[in-house]
Design a protein around this ligand. Structure first.
Ligand code: PMP
Length: 430
């Protein structure tokens, strides 16, 4: 498909944006592209100048089927023509979606629908504190759990493209636990550090927050036994185990990464891919914990369980169940293999990690696991590669240690075009 006729004047929009919006766009990182998008379809974004990008950013995860997907959009349009936001009882498709999540996600006995991943994780924190009467939480360096309060402490990648993340925040790595207020932070996959924290603070811990497969910096699998041990220690000390499946949920498996890992948390935060870009998220979990919402813990979002997001989510999940997840895994494997071969052939010092539809190039000798390892990379080369790829029409994340992904609208040709562009870019930056 070629670009539809442009409706935006790029220069004019960028100039006006800088005048009235702090930083020139309402979310960090977006102005770094110095471009705007006029239309989107499937795997592609089109700038007003007619430039086509193969979108490997996909808004950091929500677009899982494809941009402006006709089936998802038709489901939303059909719902909108019948009902809109109201404040009377459960919404019809709210119940249907909650039932679906309970059927699919092992940890989900009850579900509340919200708008963003940050919403779900903040509510998880409040529920855990109410359930345990404790304040402290354990989380892992570099894991991003939304932008608000303790869970977001130091977690934003507030860096220029190509630069290393700030090293002085409680999130930035190191072997000893960092303690900031009520937040204890240790390295991911460091089971010894976790054991020590439970030994010293086990009776004070309200919750443990973790991504079950790491996507916040690099892509890394949990070490064998790591999630299992978190499960055991949390149960033993009656801390609430929270899986942040905002990036993994639905995208890697319709039941979440917890199905793949075989470990069931107490609470699960879901978002992003569940709505193919429409605003919807969920907190799911044990009935006794979830029942604190609306009783001991306030839940009162004006737009919670909005019918547009729920309609989009039901359509998206149906497409994922009908084969889109398998397609994502097949094409993701082809992409990672192609990139790995191109790295080997061109001799650059880099490697590829990822799972399912997720991927990232780590610009260092070995795949990183900890946040400080991820920050110890060749940022200059990585940034030159990102710019060369952008020139070739391959859109990558603005921060080089954050991850990329594909959507189900991708074809084999899109994968092969990406690999060929990468091969040329590797040779250029070598
Ligand atoms: N958790 C993870 C793992 C995320 O990647 C993000 C967003 N990048 C969030 C939570 C926050 O989600 P949202 O931006 O929808 O608030």
């Amino acid at each position: 498909m070629s670009a539809p006729a442009a409706t935006i004047d790029r220069e004019d929009l960028l100039t006006r944006a800088r005048r009235v919006i702090p930083g020139g766009a309402s979310a960090g990182g977006r102005p770094l592209y110095d471009d705007v998008i006029d239309s989107a379809h499937g795997a592609y974004l089109y700038s007003p100048t007619g430039k086509r990008y193969i979108d490997h950013l996909l808004s950091y995860g929500p677009i899982v089927i494809g941009h402006t997907d006709e089936v998802v959009n038709a489901a939303v349009a059909s719902t909108m023509s019948r009902v809109d936001l109201n404040w009377v009882g459960p919404q019809a498709n709210e119940v249907e979606l909650a039932e679906k999540i309970v059927a699919l996600v092992p940890s989900a006995e009850k579900v509340v629908l919200m708008n963003t991943g940050t919403d779900a994780l903040q509510h998880a924190l409040h529920v855990a504190r109410a359930a345990t009467g404790r304040q402290r939480i354990l989380k892992f360096h570099g894991h991003y759990h939304g932008w608000v309060g303790e869970l977001g402490v130091g977690a934003n990648f507030d860096v220029e493209p190509g630069a290393a993340p700030a090293a002085s925040t409680p999130n930035s790595g190191g072997s000893a636990p960092d303690v900031a207020d009520d937040v204890i932070v240790v390295d991911w996959n460091d089971i010894e550090a976790v054991e020590q924290v439970f030994l010293a603070h086990g009776r004070d811990l309200a919750a443990v927050f973790t991504e079950p497969y790491l996507h916040s910096y690099t892509n890394a699998a949990p070490a064998p036994g790591f999630l299992e041990r978190l499960r055991e220690l949390s149960s033993l000390h009656r801390a609430v185990l929270v899986f942040d499946e905002v990036k993994t949920g639905f995208r890697h498996h319709v039941g979440g990464y917890q199905v793949i890992a075989g470990v069931t948390p107490d609470l699960t935060a879901l978002g992003k891919a569940m709505g193919n870009g429409f605003t919807i998220s969920a907190l799911a979990g044990r009935a006794d914990l979830m029942d604190l919402l609306g009783t001991e813990v306030t839940i009162d979002g004006t737009y919670y369980a909005n019918p547009y997001g729920a309609a989009a989510s039901l359509a998206t999940i149906a497409l994922l169940e009908a084969g889109a997840v398998e397609h994502l895994w097949t094409l993701g494997e082809r992409l990672r293999e192609g990139l790995t071969a191109a790295i080997r052939d061109t001799g650059v010092v880099a490697n590829v990690t990822g799972v399912g539809s997720g991927w990232i190039i780590n610009w260092r000798e070995t795949p990183p696991v900890t946040f400080s390892e991820a920050a110890d990379a060749d940022f200059d080369r990585a940034e030159s590669f990102r710019v060369a790829m952008l020139d070739a029409g391959i859109l990558l994340p603005p921060y080089v240690i954050t991850d990329a992904r594909i959507c189900a609208a991708y074809t084999i040709d899109d994968i092969d075009e990406t690999v060929e562009a990468a091969r040329r870019a590797f040779a250029l930056v070598r």
